[in-house]
Write a protein that binds this ligand. Structure first.
Ligand SMILES: *Cc1c(COP(=O)(O)O)cnc(C)c1O
Length: 361
């Protein structure tokens, strides 16, 4: 048995322990077939049942209406930066991109290769070094879509409301916030997510797209990125990432057993409050994101005395609290507390931080 640790990795992130145990138990003998899921044909009835159940469970969890397609694609989150543009830019080939951090910036860079991108500042006025979020923009009513990233994984910045874009479809990169609470899917034209934060293994991407947005892809779109072609083939134009799809399905079933997204939302809020409240009350640690824009999933914090960073990380690891180093672009610490992180893990982190602060005050 591996030692039990709490893994705060931003991604690939920890998966629910129960899911990993189930995968292990049926690793070499799925459905009493004496083979692994990953050794099954994607055209076999056993795998098709796995794939269909995963889609249905995701539809149930997110209450996805029938006029949306659910796709299981390859190429992770970043693959969708290009796929969204190729599929949705359409004839005018222009879109508005709200930028709030590293990932929305990267999405712009990819879309700019394919069309005209207007960058909208996602931050309102910056007050006191904090970063509140803008809630309205001068949108182009003829843009093909508005793209934003509701949760900036690197920066720990999150929209707690859905931007209003009128009749222009809203596209959301939900890689690090999907399934963390209930959302109203009908407010979006398209939602996508790389799997390795809240869904399953990396490489897989889930796309939820309104049907009326299909069929406008650029003619040169590769077929494995073509939403309409993929929808028609149940995401199996080619061999899909079958094992990742299976694991995602186990995660969806686990989420249902937890009480679904309402229950997850309550737990995630409690986890985030626990850590932010501790940081805010402390003179030893800080977080400079505006309280209205703080992520529930990725919580950056800084030691006021940065010379203690490496000691903090070393002692945290020895205490079984791993992967707390902040993103290389931001520095400091970051605790990613996706669905699979139990509140006990956050409590253990707060207890450790408190002990470390007292010892080094
Ligand atoms: C992780 C992440 C991505 C990139 O995912 P890859 O699978 O590495 O391409 C994109 N957007 C957001 C918000 C992410 O957190």
């Amino acid at each position: 048995m591996a030692n039990m640790v709490y893994n705060f990795s931003a991604g690939p992130a920890m998966l629910p322990v129960e899911v990993m145990q189930q995968a292990q138990a049926e690793f070499r003998n799925f459905n009493d077939l004496s083979v692994s899921v990953m050794e099954l044909s994607h055209r076999s009835s056993d795998f098709i049942a796995v794939a269909a159940a995963a889609e249905q469970d995701l539809r149930d969890l997110m209450q996805i209406p029938d006029n949306y397609k659910v796709l299981f694609l390859q190429g992770g989150g970043r693959g969708q930066f290009a796929a969204v543009a190729m599929n949705l830019l359409g004839k005018n080939a222009k879109a508005d991109y709200i930028v709030t951090g590293q990932w929305s910036k990267s999405a712009v860079e990819e879309a700019e290769k394919l069309g005209t991108v207007r960058v909208l500042d996602g931050f309102g006025e910056v007050e006191n070094g904090l970063r509140p979020l803008a809630s309205s923009w001068d949108l182009d009513p003829t843009a093909a879509y508005v793209h934003y990233c509701p949760n900036e994984t690197v920066d720990g910045i999150e929209y707690h409301f859905v931007p209003k874009t009128g009749s222009v479809p809203l596209v959301a990169d939900m890689s690090s916030t999907i399934l963390s609470r209930p959302i109203d899917v009908t407010q979006f034209g398209l939602i996508y997510a790389g799997a390795q934060k809240n869904i399953g293994p990396s490489g897989l991407a889930v796309v939820i797209v309104r049907e009326d947005l299909l069929d406008q892809a650029f003619a040169h779109t590769p077929v494995i990125m073509d939403y309409a072609a993929m929808a028609k083939a149940d995401s199996m134009v080619n061999t899909p990432p079958t094992y990742a799809w299976y694991l995602a399905g186990l995660v969806f079933k686990w989420l249902k057993r937890q009480g679904g997204l309402t229950a997850m939302g309550e737990r995630n809020k409690a986890k985030a409050d626990l850590l932010y409240n501790y940081v805010d009350a402390s003179n030893f640690y800080g977080n400079n994101v505006h309280p209205d824009a703080r992520s529930w999933m990725n919580i950056p914090f800084q030691l006021k005395d940065e010379s203690l960073n490496s000691a903090f990380l070393k002692e945290a690891e020895a205490a079984g609290l791993v992967a707390l180093q902040g993103h290389r672009l931001v520095g400091g610490m970051r605790a990613s507390v996706y669905n699979a992180m139990p509140i006990e893990g956050v409590q253990a982190l707060v207890d450790f931080m408190d002990k470390f602060a007292k010892q080094n005050a």
